[in-house]
Design a protein around this ligand. Sequence first.
Ligand code: ZN
Length: 273
Amino acid sequence: MRYYQRWWLFVVTLIISSVSLADNVVVRYDNPSDTRLQSIAEKLKADLGIQDTIALMNEQFIFPEPLTIVFGGRDGPLYDPQRNHILMPYTFLNDVERRFIAVNDASTNNADANVTQAVMDVVIHTLFHELAHALIANHELPIVGKEEDAADNLAAVLSIEYFENGAEIAISAAELFYLEGDDIEEFEDADFWDEHSLDLQRYYATLCHVYGSDEVQYAYLLEETGFSPERGDFCIAEYENIANNWLTLLAPYMTPDTINEPEKDIIGSIFIP
Ligand SMILES: [Zn+2]
């Protein structure tokens, strides 16, 4: 089970400032009619990692208008800039679960729990990805390059920097990219002009950033991915860059609260007032 590193400080801060924070991020859980989706909705509501993610979004980021997260519906996952809504359908979770079950060894201990954990990891990573779009739109942040790549980068940075063992969240998201990429039998032109990078590129980029965040703990990823030593070295520099650049860009739109600063030295100084 993964917990937000400083969850107890969150509780204290939320009690102190519950009035001002109440409307920053609003969450709505639609009631699914389908029993299968109802059980997914219950798992989602009960998941501590998801609740910590929502608390983090509410606590750390400033929005001129409240950001609404809607679980349910048919569209998404996406960020709707017109309504300032993040849409996360239960059917997406169902689809992700189906993909992980298909490749999970059901005979291992805690097989069901492992699948559920991987699904929730993907939801956290996806919420952070959509949060990036929301922050870019709300604050008109300058992004040079593909916004979709930038959103993936922020999702990796927030997962890794704010959650204990948060790299595992990014690794689950990378696994999903890999499985989605596996669906493609033949590339079409649309795959190349899509605003997203190819699934396999997103898989490798995410694992590159995980490796780059801690090349000792995730040394095994060099072999797993087949990265050359040169690429591995560049992953380290690349991760430091994206973490520094994103958090520098977001600093004016984050609560100036040193209590919740990430622990890593490379970015910790950004939050010291
Ligand atoms: Zn996106």
